[in-house]
Design a binder for this molecule. Sequence first.
Ligand code: NAD
Ligand code: UD1
Length: 374
Amino acid sequence: MSERILVTGGAGFIGSHLVDALLRKGHSVRIYDNLEPQVHGESQNVPDYFNKEAELIKGDVRDRKRLKKAIYNIDVVFHLAASVGVAQSMYEIARYTESNTMGGATLLDLIANEKNNIKKIVVASSMSVYGEGAYNCDNCGKVYPKIRSLEQFKKNDWEMKCPNCNIDVMPIPTNEDKPLFPTSIYAVSKRDHEEMFLIIGRAYQIPTVALRFFNVYGPRQALSNPYTGVAAIFSSRIINNNPPIIFEDGNQARDFIHVSDIVQACILAMEKSEGDYQVFNIGTGRKLSVFDIANVLMDKLFFKGESRVVNRFREGDIRHCYADISLAQEVLGYKPKIKFEDGIIDLVNWVKLQHAEDKVNSAIDILDKKGLTK
Ligand code: NAD
Ligand code: UD1
């Protein structure tokens, strides 16, 4: 059945791929996006990949009057609009909270108080809501360490310790039952997103699903945004002939998921009522280190030098987290299709055709000046 779908943040990286897929499936799509300068450039032009079959309403999710127009006659809402930089959220505290928490609240306030036909909501959450992932301690079994100490950083000792017996612990897949302990303002705002959307969805009986995306990579990442994800930042550094800058020792691990698998999960969440009112991890179940990412990108983009390991901690970061995806597999029938080795080629082929401004040094300078790198 053809639905009328609103995608907030639909001009961005993930949103634009979702919009393309929804249009291919015969839905009609409206995008609500403020074309944020940090993502789309100071001129705030519609990106070249923008799908002309979609309708665009340019506006901020905090602008209630404008957003009201966007929900008119809509059946399904995907809420993706957000400011996304973990490190930047540690000093642009009000902006992140306003854009993410208040932006989400404004949308929900409209849904609760204005006449509408919305019958399904999917909200983009994030693995960052967990803070650290789950770990195994040889003495104590499964543990959930929270944060590392300053003394530890001073000794360049990066690994997590058991909260009970203090020995080094090993990361294991994180499932949805892990208690949430966000370590950045961004992560708090994503926890707000999922909790607020699920609460209002339940109260008004609008089936709502929150998807905890892990680290997404692929074409259309905002290469000139120094606060975007690490794969895009490293790509931008390399095509400008600069070495990737690696925080900590480079062995910190994440679960890197190709954007097409995120799109697959979004569509399953929309179509399958079995997932209603639940939260799902959307990753691949495989962990890769930041080093792995730097090395593969330097190799595929023919970079002649070496990455620069700075042995410093960036406030807001966690050490390791990768997904246990069994719940999404069982309930939604989700199955990641793109192996990292293939997906990264897709990113690289796109990157080779791009120009990017490398603003990473000035972004790190700001963090240094504010004492946000240790
Ligand atoms: P992106 O920056 O490429 O896209 C976000 C889009 O939202 C942009 O087009 C931007 O202009 C728009 N936007 C930002 N603030 C807005 C506002 N106040 N009003 C209206 N529009 C606004 O980011 P992305 O990577 O595509 O992220 C999309 C969503 O997925 C976000 O909610 C993010 O938190 C979530 N997420 C992303 C990742 C990832 O690794 N990229 C992982 C987990 C969760
Ligand atoms: C990323 C996303 C976040 C999303 C989360 C879900 C961005 C900016 N962040 O956060 O929106 O919710 O995934 O999994 O898209 N690093 C370097 N050098 C750099 C940049 C980063 O070493 O130049 C390191 C960081 O210190 C960190 C790791 O790479 O250890 C990952 O950082 P980042 O890409 O910012 O991702 P997350 O914090 O995991």
